[in-house]
Design a protein around this ligand. Structure first.
Ligand code: GLU
Ligand code: ZN
Length: 317
């Protein structure tokens, strides 16, 4: 794989990352997150890491990781250091779960989606479409004892994080300003490891960001509602919290977020001209204007100009 290292990035405190899920090729929305995080890292003489978040295997598409890497390279968005795949890092997530278990912060849950829905219906709680159901606490014991995470217990149950009462997390988003979330109210005791044995995004992303020394997370605003949970996990696991910046979302003509679920189409990067077109479109979402627009501009020149022009204050939100 060429261009794995970018020799021009000096070692610096800033470590950013792009963490796509290989559920399909990059689309206009994911390119905005890739470009925004890349520019912020480059502007701050930082490193930019690539992490493939391939834990949710039923949703992953074979070969999508390679396609994403090819698209990033076609756009000149080179990463520093070796890319990582979450599927190779399960031992780390298991250790973190065991640590939380020792801290008496986890409990086993055997609820199905249906049991949770019925428990909520019995309390007349209505969950909006596309929204996570707030866990009603069905399996949470009054007192939590550390479990022997023997294989039997480790199989056919989900593991949830027991939240303290009144858990309001506050953080300062570098673009959106002060954010607050009451996690009990928003989601309740959330899942760390699913019943089918898969570690969840929340646990894995927190472990990886900490283990990889990530200092700045620049990603789409669709992930904003996860950040409080991630900060709480960082706190209980004793990790430092990175800075967060959530970029504006790219919406389709129906005002819906572009995603693979809404069949957002892949960006075109078959040749340099196409890749540059896609970069220019992404840049407009980031508030970057007046970049070199001539046909003869190379991607390298354009990226250099974009890096010089990059300023968090101009991001259109
Ligand atoms: N893998 C996540 C996604 O593609 C992004 C994770 C993150 O940036 O924290 O939606
Ligand atoms: Zn349960």
């Amino acid at each position: 794989m060429p261009n794995l290292k970018n020799p021009s990035s000096p070692a610096d405190g800033y470590r950013g990352r792009f963490a796509p899920s290989p559920t399909g090729p990059l689309h206009a929305g994911s390119l905005v997150a890739a470009l925004g995080s890349w520019l912020d890292a480059r502007k701050n003489q930082g490193k930019w890491l690539l992490r493939i978040e391939d834990l949710d295997t039923p949703r992953c598409i074979p070969g999508a990781d390679q396609e994403i890497m090819r698209q990033l390279q076609a756009c000149g968005l080179c990463w520093d250091e070796e890319p990582s795949w979450q599927s190779n890092r399960q031992e780390l997530y298991k250790k973190a779960l065991e640590r939380l278990n020792e801290l008496q912060m986890t409990f086993a849950c055997t609820c199905s989606r249906q049991t949770i829905a019925s428990a909520l219906a019995a309390r007349s709680v209505i969950t909006a479409r596309n929204q996570e159901m707030v866990y009603p606490g069905t399996c949470r014991p009054d007192e939590i004892h550390p479990y022997q995470m023997a294989d039997a217990l480790f199989s056919d149950v989900a593991w949830r994080l027991a939240l303290p009462p009144n858990l309001t997390v506050e953080f300062e988003d570098l673009l959106l300003g002060k954010q607050t979330q009451d996690i009990n109210q928003a989601v309740g005791d959330f899942v760390l490891r699913r019943r089918d044995g898969l570690f969840t995004y929340q646990l894995a992303v927190v472990v990886d960001d900490a283990e990889q020394g990530i200092t700045h997370i620049v990603r789409g605003a669709d992930l904003l509602s996860n950040t409080a949970r991630q900060i709480h996990l960082q706190n209980v696991l004793g990790y430092a919290s990175p800075s967060y910046l959530h970029l504006p979302l790219v919406l389709d003509e129906h005002g819906e977020k572009l995603s693979k679920q809404t069949m957002a189409s892949a960006i075109h990067t078959e040749n340099e001209g196409q890749a540059l077109q896609e970069l220019r479109k992404a840049a407009r979402y980031l508030g970057l204007r007046d970049l070199p627009h001539g046909k003869e501009t190379s991607i390298a020149e354009w990226l250099l100009a974009a890096t010089q022009a990059w300023d968090r204050k101009i991001i259109s939100s």
